[in-house]
Design a protein around this ligand. Structure first.
Ligand SMILES: Nc1ncnc2c1ncn2[C@@H]1O[C@H](COP(=O)(O)OP(=O)(O)O)[C@@H](O)[C@H]1O
Ligand SMILES: [Mg+2]
Length: 218
């Protein structure tokens, strides 16, 4: 469960102080698919990066699964991120010289999963995203939608409890967007998914929808 209380984020640059989040209070129960809408520059990625433990708020409280994140050291926060959170971004960020299978296996290596276990887990998520037949392709041999579905598989193979998807369909056309949304909702079932989008049509896939406007949630 995610709970935010009066969360604020201010960026200080040399010339100005920019208040991006002005007091966000939010509860997200486990295993919900939550969407966040908002204009460009409204602070969506800032909020997503705080939720995903990549960034810290200026003030306020963030409780993740009863852990007071706002009190953690940066090391403890990083450890918890590795244990619980995965990300999917607009740019798929696959390694171009590696096959789909190798890209998906990579985070298992980083997290010290024994080599004998990795293959089976990779094949299982490849099946979940419906791309077993593309496992030996490198990213340039995959369509944009397929690349994003491989990125979703890579995010899910570590079994995160929270998946953050920051404009995952931002680079995709309409029919590909549909395939990616179906993959995200089906393969992501059982996880808390926090997705950012510009596309109001996609809110049909969500359990809960919020909009970020003038630093506040509506
Ligand atoms: N590290 C930073 N330093 C200063 N300003 C930033 C930084 N990151 C984001 N911003 C500013 O904060 C605002 C919100 O950014 P962002 O969260 O990326 O918005 P969105 O994802 O909704 O487009 C923007 O005006 C952006 O320029
Ligand atoms: Mg953004």
């Amino acid at each position: 469960m995610i709970r935010l209380f009066d969360l604020r984020k201010t960026y200080k640059t040399r010339h100005e102080t920019l208040e991006v989040l002005k007091g966000i209070t939010l509860t997200v129960p486990d295993r919900k698919f939550v969407m966040l809408l908002g204009e460009s520059g409204s602070g969506k990625s800032t909020l997503a990066n705080i939720l995903g433990l990549l960034d810290t708020p200026t003030s306020g409280e963030y409780w993740l699964d009863e852990v007071p994140i706002h009190t953690l050291t940066s090391k403890a926060r990083t450890d918890l991120r590795r244990e619980k959170v995965s990300f999917v971004f607009q740019s798929f960020n696959l390694i171009p010289t590696m096959t789909a299978r190798e890209n998906i296996e990579l985070p298992l290596g980083y997290r010290g999963v024994p080599k004998e276990e990795r293959g089976e887990r990779v094949e299982a998520v490849l099946r979940e995203v419906g791309l077993s037949a593309r496992a030996a392709h490198v990213p340039s041999e995959l369509s944009g939608g397929e690349q994003q579905r491989i990125a979703i598989a890579r995010a899910l193979v570590v079994e995160p409890s929270l998946l953050i998807a920051d404009e995952p369909t931002g680079n995709l056309d309409k029919s590909t967007t549909k395939a990616v949304m179906e993959t995200l909702t089906e393969a992501g079932r059982g996880k808390t998914v926090f997705m950012i989008t510009h596309n109001e049509e996609l809110t049909a896939y969500a359990d809960e929808v919020y909009a970020l406007r003038a630093g506040l949630l509506a």
